[in-house]
Design a protein around this ligand. Structure first.
Ligand code: AQP
Length: 326
């Protein structure tokens, strides 16, 4: 983006963040923050309860995600960093959006279909997740939303909601666009089922704060077999990760071996494990320090919520005036 824009993004507090969250979202957020955009980065705890959860784990996961953002480099002096449920206006705006969004738009969302598949009973929050996400984005009149590939459809829905609101009540919200990294949208695959995306709530994900032995253990088990059509999505996934966490020279070396049919997956996994361990070494230490200071984390989140609330209250007032809500 050439000029400073308003940017909004978040991650669910449904578990520890993994390298998919990092490459798909967090890494881009850090770039946008250092490029001087007006950034709002939040922890989506209300989205976190749309899938099954345990209260104690939710509490711990929220603190963990907060420490992850900060240890990775989100700077509360440069970006507005807050917890979604601390800014009550999000839920109110989401309700108003629910009332102008056709049910069919929500029912066709891929994430709703995927996530409702294995659940005994499907809660209404899972269906209306995208209208809450539209509220998160439009509340701050964002121009751009940096997300991984899996969330693009939800950003498109936020555009639909903005259009519907604007045409019914007058121009209020800009239509946000999803933001891609230079090389395109990122979708890191699961290590055990490489046709699916790596996910917090899916199979064991490679976490940003995994210790070196854990990284090696998980990568050793990574599936690298070819499928019936000769495709090898597991190996492609590992090579893609190497291109991000390793050097260009190292990546070229393994790509050449693959072309020559001489690639030993154990060597690739070992090199990748070392690269990922080194890449996150400083992050791991910073995160441990932060997790030992829950009071500090609470203070940072409180300050961030106060900044976000000011903007949110102004937007909600405008919305109430336009819709006739007293
Ligand atoms: N595998 C992935 N590859 C690239 N990007 C990804 N993201 C998630 N998984 C991948 C991006 O990370 C950001 C935060 O995601 P989220 O927490 O809001 O929820 P999600 O997209 O549903 O992510 P998860 O990890 O799969 O969590 P669960 O299992 O809780 O749903 C988003 O920008 C997302 O695109």
């Amino acid at each position: 983006m050439n000029k400073p824009e308003i940017v909004v993004s978040g991650a669910r507090a449904s578990g520890k963040l993994h390298i998919g969250n990092y490459l798909g979202a967090l890494k881009q957020w850090l770039q946008l923050q250092s490029d001087g955009h007006t950034c709002y980065f939040f922890i989506a705890d209300l989205h976190g309860i749309t899938t099954p959860f345990e209260p104690k784990e939710l509490h711990q996961n929220t603190l963990d995600v907060a420490a992850t953002y900060l240890a990775a480099g989100i700077d509360p002096n440069k970006s507005v960093f807050f917890l979604q449920n601390h800014v009550l206006e999000h839920a109110t705006l989401a309700w108003i959006f629910n009332c102008i969004t056709p049910l069919g738009e929500l029912e066709r969302m891929t994430q709703f279909k995927d996530k409702s598949q294995n659940q005994e009973s499907i809660n209404a929050g899972l269906l209306t997740y995208p209208t809450l996400m539209a509220a998160d984005i439009l509340m701050y009149k964002a121009a751009a939303v940096p997300v991984g590939e899996d969330q693009v459809q939800h950003v498109e829905l936020a555009r639909v909601v903005a259009r519907k609101f604007n045409s019914r009540f007058g121009q209020t919200f800009p239509e946000p666009k999803h933001l891609m990294r230079d090389e395109g949208l990122v979708r890191i695959k699961s290590l055990s089922e490489p046709t699916k995306k790596m996910s917090k709530t899916g199979d064991e994900a490679l976490l940003m704060d995994d210790e070196p032995e854990e990284i090696m253990r998980k990568l050793k088990k990574a599936v690298t077999g070819s499928d019936a059509s000769g495709q090898n999505p597991g190996a492609e996934n590992l090579l893609f990760l190497l291109s991000h966490f390793g050097t260009k020279q190292q990546t070229d070396h393994f790509l050449n071996l693959q072309k020559a049919g001489q690639l030993k997956y154990s060597d690739l996994k070992e090199a990748l494990a070392q690269d990922i361990s080194d890449y996150f070494a400083e992050f791991r230490e910073k995160k441990k320090e932060l997790l030992a200071k829950p009071k500090f984390l609470a203070e940072v989140l409180g300050d961030g919520a106060a900044k976000a609330r000011k903007v949110a209250q102004a937007t909600l007032l405008e919305v109430k005036q336009k819709t006739g809500l007293l």
